[in-house]
Design a protein around this ligand. Sequence first.
Ligand code: CP3
Length: 357
Amino acid sequence: MSANDRPTGQQQTSTAVAESAFLKACRREPVPHTPVWFMRQAGRSLPEYLKLREGIPMLDSCMRPDLVTEITLQPVRRHKVDAAIFFSDIVVPLRAVGVDLDIKPGVGPVIGQPIRTRADLDRLRLLEPDDVTYVTEAVGTLVGELGATPLIGFAGAPFTLASYLVEGGPSRNHEHTKALMYGDPDLWADLLDRLADITAAFLKVQIEAGASAVQLFDSWAGALAPSDYRRSVLPASAKVFDAVAGYGVPRIHFGVGTGELLGLMGEAGADVVGVDWRVPMDEAGRRVGPGRALQGNLDPAVLFAPREAVETKAREVLDAARDLPGHVFNLGHGVLPSTDPDALTRLVEFVHTETAR
Ligand code: CP3
């Protein structure tokens, strides 16, 4: 073999990533074991995370590549999960285009001036890669550090971002958001379209820097009836998925309370549909239909029960998912802040042992 034919380290690494259980499951190929990772595995309960973050505001930490790299790696080292999720937040791209916002501990994202009029929307500009050089840098470093472990990039979906922007902060009923959606459909469509462009640009930055999969978080889409989702939300989410289709990386689509929307969330263009704990995986598979893998769906609160109960419930998830063409084990929503990290480590080991083929 001449020096020119020899694969470089980078190429060898990408082959190993492509052959990982996580990417195989996303592609609905046979896997050596069911892959597992946890939404919100980075940050939250880990003592090493809390120590690192001491005195550093959340959004500041997202803009420091050294911190982002370390926090992303922490759960991979500790739990031996099959994928890393990039440490950031769904509101990072909004802040990067100049939206006046902050993440308040125990509250969530809070917006200085909510978007409710055409003039407000006119101030929301598109995202350029130069706005988020810290993301490009951190992803690049991470891809080297992670070796054969895939990195998942992510963004908030247009509806969930719109909810924060229109409400001005977290909301139970999304009343201002829905008032705009029903009351001014043209402004609503333009807002979601602008957010789709921002989200697509943010995902492209992560993929081009080396992320091997992306997840679109439409956390609050479950607040919508299917007909409203189809008319007023799906076109914008589909635009995001279309914009990154050409890269060939798996696209995961997740929301909470979306049992009635699972088919539509697949139709929006996902390769993998995320399922919360309210719908069993076999039923979710029927609702999503053929041609897509599924991700989920242990209730995150189960991790507070004794070990035997966690294993019983995890086995129920695995049994229900047995005949799916592709299954990525995950929680039905993010890790709850006071979860015992050891319960997560044990769960990863349990899923791996239980499904080893
Ligand atoms: O492992 C990971 O998932 C880490 C990266 C990540 C964060 N937020 C870090 C974070 C991801 C993927 C998110 C996504 C996110 N952010 C979503 C979608 C996922 C979901 O849970 O439905 C949403 C809706 C947000 C908005 C947001 N940001 C909320 C609701 C909160 C929690 C507020 C609180 O303190 O309870 C945040 C803050 C946030 N994002 C923290 C972290 C680690 C906590 C920050 C802190 O402790 O200061």
